[in-house]
Write a protein that binds this ligand. Structure first.
Ligand code: HAM
Length: 437
């Protein structure tokens, strides 16, 4: 039997409706903030992610799924390396949405000089070659937003306020959520801070793991997130970014907090929050659900240098993404669900095979009027058609038998009360829609 790949899921039934519900909530909420939907390709040039997410991040180094056509693979195997490939032949599945949206914004010029900020949202599968575990998948789904062309700290605060409102509308009790914020500095102050952390790690090299020693040179801030408890203990004494921000970044961070305070948003400042993607500057944030044990249920931040890294003009940006599967798990841990009930329908029951044509015609008319309609295709008895109708959550059954056909009528049976009325066959659609309303 063919097997689903580990770390991937089939979305169907209630789980699929939960994913659609999350998108509906997003569309409503983000729409009020002026966001339009975007979908970028699931495959991009490797360079889009290398430039944006950063060559030294785990996401790019270890987790990106590379894509090769069979023909290309043969060529690479023949040549013994992919070094002869052109940039456009080096492809990967998107591990996250931001780099692709920013690539599109550069290519399609979403933010021309003097234009209002581009506000975009997406709901898409992402792909990361991680070791599968609870809440950590190889194909997972994100709802995310990106705002391109605004550096005002009010925008940072608005994004965070909108994110927290999103959780609320998905059913979370805000008291059970922990919002962590930090500022990562910018091109002015971060390089010096990065060197301070590198020097700190090298000063403690006997106490740190191999990975951290490697990180010291390529990405020292990642050591704050090292999985090794001892490294994290050592890093508690490392210099903190918030003590080393330049005046502009410190003022920007102070403003963001002021706006959040004014909006009554509760947050915890975590100066070791560094996020796993290199493009962040200034504000970063992450949200966890208490006791859910699934890691972050969302995160984001500002990325004022990313448009340039993707080949565009300097343009500030900020955004966040929320993982659907983790949201579903976190809500379940609080005894809640994102799932909406299966939609009800109308069932057209056939009293005997002689009325098949009338049933076929009635089913068609109802469907054309937009009514979710089911019928029997297996020659079931009337009794088992009613049972089937119940299973399909039918609110109404339309029963067509010889008497009905002779009288140009149909019988409407309310599936809850089992009350039956006869109505003229040519008024079927009006009578059924009135009954449903
Ligand atoms: P991220 O923190 O890598 O950020 O992912 C955002 C969310 O996606 C996480 O908080 C988590 O809920 C979910 N997620 C991440 N990896 C997995 C996985 N392997 N399995 C299940 N869920 C996962 C980003 O992706 C950024 N692009 C967010 C952003 C947008 N920053 C600025 N704009």
């Amino acid at each position: 039997m063919a097997q689903r790949i580990q770390g991937t899921e089939d979305l169907y039934g209630g789980y699929m409706r939960a994913w659609q519900h999350m998108q509906d909530v997003a569309r409503d909420l983000f729409g009020a903030y002026g966001f339009d939907m975007i979908e970028t390709p699931a495959i991009e040039q490797v360079d889009t992610f290398v430039h944006g997410i950063g060559e030294s991040t785990d996401v790019v180094r270890k987790e990106m799924f590379r894509v090769f056509s069979g023909a290309l693979m043969e060529r690479i195997l023949g040549a013994g390396s992919e070094s002869g490939l052109k940039a456009k032949q080096r492809m990967a599945m998107r591990p996250e949405g931001t780099a692709g949206v920013v690539r599109a914004a550069v290519q399609e010029n979403f933010v021309p000089q003097g234009a209002a900020p581009a506000k975009l949202w997406y709901a898409e599968p992402m792909f990361r070659g991680e070791r599968p575990q609870k809440g950590r998948l190889r194909q997972f789904h994100q709802v995310g937003i990106e705002v391109l062309g605004a550096s005002d700290p009010a925008v940072d605060a608005e994004c965070i306020i909108m994110l927290m409102e999103f959780y609320k509308r998905l059913g979370f009790d805000p008291k059970g959520l922990k919002l962590m914020i930090n500022s990562m500095g910018d091109a002015q102050c971060r390089p010096a801070y990065r060197n301070m952390v590198r020097d700190f790690i090298l000063d403690h090299k006997d106490e740190m793991c191999e990975d951290c020693l490697e990180r010291a040179e390529i990405n020292p801030l990642r050591s704050f997130d090292c999985k090794n408890d001892h490294c994290r203990e050592v890093m508690k004494d490392a210099p903190l970014v918030t003590d080393n921000l330049c005046d502009d970044c410190a003022a920007h961070y102070a403003q963001v907090k002021k706006y959040l305070d004014a909006a009554g948003i509760e947050y915890v400042e975590d100066p070791t929050l560094v996020r796993g993607l290199d493009y962040y500057t200034r504000t970063v944030f992450e949200v966890e659900a208490a006791d859910a044990g699934v890691g972050a249920i969302g995160g984001g931040g500002r990325y004022d240098g990313l448009m340039e890294l993707e080949g565009g003009k300097p343009t500030p940006g900020i955004g966040f993404a929320v993982g659907f599967e983790r949201i579903a798990l976190a809500l379940a841990s609080q005894g809640k669900t994102l799932e909406t009930p299966a939609p009800s329908c109308v069932y057209v029951a056939c009293a005997s095979p002689d009325q098949r044509h009338e049933v076929f015609d009635a089913t068609l008319r109802l469907r054309q009027a937009g009514v979710r309609t089911e019928a029997d295709y297996q020659g079931r008895s009337l009794k088992s058609q009613f049972k089937q109708a119940d299973k399909l959550h039918a609110a109404v059954c339309v029963v067509i038998g010889a008497d009905e056909v002779a009288a140009h009528q149909v019988t409407l049976r309310d599936m809850q009360t089992h009350e039956q009325v006869q109505v003229p066959a040519d008024e079927l659609v009006q009578k059924v829609t009135a009954h449903l309303a």
